[in-house]
Write a protein that binds this ligand. Structure first.
Ligand code: UD1
Length: 342
């Protein structure tokens, strides 16, 4: 029932919340992370929240010899592969980095699993593999049109994992995340972006926290109700619970050889202005903002049909937008400079 899970990228934003959820569900965890975009303080705080220390193996997911050692030392039942790079703009400028870390890294990991006889994996993919959608909400059967090397590097791994699953009778799942936001309700772990945030929630959080001056709203002339883009924001703790549900499904119910893709979203879209209004209500003050030109590559409306996750492994998102903002704001207030002070 309770198993040992190797979590690559476990010290990151999604990884740290997922570790808490796994530990609270009674699983044992082993973390592999190179700390290139994460802090060891996050793991210390995960340990505090869950009441159990978390062991970090610091290293690169492309290091086959290290992976062999990890699988030899720990009785891993399932791998949660979250390690990777995720900046869309950077991937356009430097595709090599994305294929090396995301795609080659996954190949190294799956090959080591194969050598060790580990036969269950959950892969952290992205809804960005759908590209500009023809229809919303997006089901997993929607056309796949990755538009950046980031999205292509992730989709390549989805296909790779499906190939390993079929060939070696693995049980596997590709999780396609929508827009993860928020933080653990304790305020102890959360998103700690390097440099200027590229995403909406951390940007608003830093303007509200007076670390940045003003939010630019990228376009208000889209074909949506209020002219700003709509997205499917999902509380990171809901996302973490989705990973636990996926792992438990692989451990208890999945058929050998299967590797479905599953959306993790709420099914509810909010516009940039709706998000801003909720943030202002949460903080109790106005947040400086201005209308700016559209950002290249943005699509007007993007949200999930989350029915697949509900029917496959009984998961659905539970937290609303107010909770996402409140928890993100509590994290920002308690940690104005992220984990830097630790
Ligand atoms: C982005 C990534 C996606 C990734 C996701 C993670 C792109 C094209 N896509 O999605 O691959 O999985 O983050 O959460 O980068 N906005 C502003 N002002 C800002 C920042 C954002 O108006 O300062 C707007 C954007 O134009 C967009 C919405 O807010 O309409 C959400 O943006 P963001 O948080 O960056 O998420 P996505 O672009 O949906």
């Amino acid at each position: 029932m309770h198993s040992t899970i190797l979590v690559t990228g476990g010290a990151g934003y999604i990884g740290s919340h997922t570790l808490v959820a796994l530990l609270e569900d009674g699983h044992r965890v082993v973390v592999l992370d190179d700390l290139s975009n994460a802090s060891p303080a996050a793991l210390a705080r995960v340990g505090e929240i869950a009441g159990k220390p978390v062991q970090l193996i610091r290293g690169d997911v492309r290091d086959g010899a290290l992976l062999d050692q990890i699988f030899a030392m720990h009785p891993i039942d399932c791998v949660l592969h979250l390690a990777g790079v995720k900046a869309v703009g950077e991937s356009v400028a430097n595709p090599q980095k994305y294929f090396e870390i995301n795609t080659q890294g996954s190949l190294a990991l799956f090959s080591a699993m194969q050598r060790a006889g580990v036969a269950r994996a959950v892969f952290s993919s992205t809804a960005t593999v759908y590209g500009a959608p023809e229809f919303v909400p997006l089901t997993e059967a929607a056309a796949l049109r990755p538009e950046s090397p980031y999205a292509t590097s992730k989709l390549a791994v989805e296909y790779m994992l499906a190939g390993f699953a079929r060939a070696h009778s693995w049980r596997a799942i590709n999780l396609r995340y929508f827009n993860p936001v928020g933080a653990h309700p304790s305020g102890r772990i959360g998103e700690d972006p390097l440099g200027e945030p590229a995403n909406l929630f951390p940007y608003i959080a830093q303007v509200a926290g007076k670390r940045r001056q003003i939010l630019s709203i990228f376009g208000n002339d889209y074909p949506t109700a209020d002219g700003t883009c709509e997205r499917d924001y999902i509380h990171v703790c809901d996302l973490a619970a989705g990973h636990v549900a996926a792992v438990n499904y692989l451990l208890n119910h999945a058929m050998p050889g299967e590797c479905p893709a599953v959306n993790l979203g709420t099914g509810q879209a909010y516009s940039v202005l709706q998000v801003l209004a909720q943030w202002q209500a949460t903080c109790g003050f106005d947040i400086a903002h201005q209308i700016a030109p559209r950002r290249a590559g943005d699509v007007p409306s993007y949200f999930a049909n989350p029915a697949g996750a509900q029917s496959l492994f009984g998961w659905r998102a539970r937290q609303d937008l107010a909770r996402m903002c409140a928890d993100h704001w509590a994290w920002q207030q308690q940690n104005p400079h992220g984990y830097n002070a630790d």
